[in-house]
Design a protein around this ligand. Sequence first.
Ligand code: URP
Ligand code: ZN
Ligand code: ZN
Ligand code: ZN
Length: 528
Amino acid sequence: MAPQGRLLIRGGRVVNDDFSQVADVLVEDGVVRALGQDLLPLRDTPGELRILDATGKLVLPGGIDTHTHMEFRFMGSQSVDDFYQGTKAALAGGTTMIIDFAIPQKGSSLIEAFETWRSWADPKVCCDYSLHVAVTWWSDKIRQLASSVFHFVPLSFALHENKTLVKEEMKTLVQDKGVNSFKMFMAYKGLYMVQDEQLYAAFSQCKELGAIAQVHAENGDLIAEGAKKMLALGITGPEGHELCRPEAVEAEATLRAITIANAVNCPLYVVHVMSKSAAKVVAEARREGKVVYGEPIAAGLGTDGTHYWSKEWSHAAHHVMGPPLRPDPSTPGFLMNLLANGDLTTTGSDNCTFNTCQKALGKDDFTKIPNGVNGVEDRMSLIWEKGVHSGKMDENRFVAVTSTNAAKIFNLYPRKGRIAVGSDADIVIWDPEATRRISAKTHHQAVNFNIFEGMVCHGVPLVTISRGKVVYEAGVFSVAAGDGKFIPRKPFAEYIYKRIKQRDKTCTPTPVQRAPYKGEVFTLKSRE
Ligand code: URP
Ligand code: ZN
Ligand code: ZN
Ligand code: ZN
């Protein structure tokens, strides 16, 4: 048996985001060692080098899924794809890295949440991963608060409160823990939602630290009011989920977040862009020169919200996620157009899977249906089918939106997101002509349904290589829990921060130089 460390991928078409070439790829010790025509390492004796014939196939950087929630404790339940099964499914679909979210409860430590997520993920992941951290609360006055209540709270609590000054924790996460992205929720009122002034504070700290701010952009107050209204109308089924949060609710929050981020000159990343209206807001802001990126997800690109009106409750409930899929059936095609032309930048899956029995927690009240859908396994094939096979994008743009742009934004590039000498050998041998039918019966995820059930996609991963090791081939896995690694990310990604710094330098307002006013000044009457 050849050691897994040495591979020669021969004769494939190597596709990066900027160009493609027919070339061999030599992999050693987990990285790409050489790339070129007819690489014939003469020093090798048979048996030391495994040769993979990729003639007629594409050789792509492994996908980076920018948005997952494995084993997420949420809405009274826990998502069923854990870090083991979820990352295995990712590999089967051609994704070699995920970025999950550590999400603290309001008032709890961000660092503790980060460490907790790491303790869940490290022993289980089959592919490399990283963590975004959510900022679900804010307080600048924590020291005063702790001392003013000091006489009736135990000392340990006061110290804990002292320790969890959010601003300081963000700094530690960036400087010592490899985090360069923070998600703020504008929805989930009472749970994770933060107000505008907290967004302003969190964005300011992101800017200071060289991180990117992410937002879940939906107006949480309007959703809460809308939900009450729907329930009062007797609408308790999954259609109520969409009706209480129409497109405008997403578009308004998207514009608000962009406005606040622009005021701070902080780069902004809008996660799960689900509607035409929100996508247009992102596109318009980019046209105005704002540093904002939009992330559509597999679900929003592959299906729509008409399912919420299905007569079968469970079918409708399976599609419940926030922001919702949109009932306008032209939405997926529209989002794909914007992804193809550069208005939208990256793709994730927001994989957050709950089985039917968990969804049934909301059988009598849609507000109790755990939010989330699948996508980690099918994202790549789905984007190939709806993006490339449909003629909207070429193979290079496919690579850009499935890995390279994410690697650039989250400062993983060129280690990830590129096939080049020195890059991690996260590689997929991709058959662009083969097809597969998506089904819960054959998928590798834990969840008992698939929102893309029955869909036939061109574009099939034949072999997935994770840091130089063949981990998935012809339907067979060779990977163990914990084989993946946590990938720390440094702040001030050039791809986003060069522009931010330039704007700081040249766009900061300056006072008008003028002679002092010497005339009369009205005297204010002092109040009694
Ligand atoms: O419905 C969703 N998106 N569930 C996961 C949590 C989130 O808001 O991303
Ligand atoms: Zn979200
Ligand atoms: Zn349906
Ligand atoms: Zn999410």
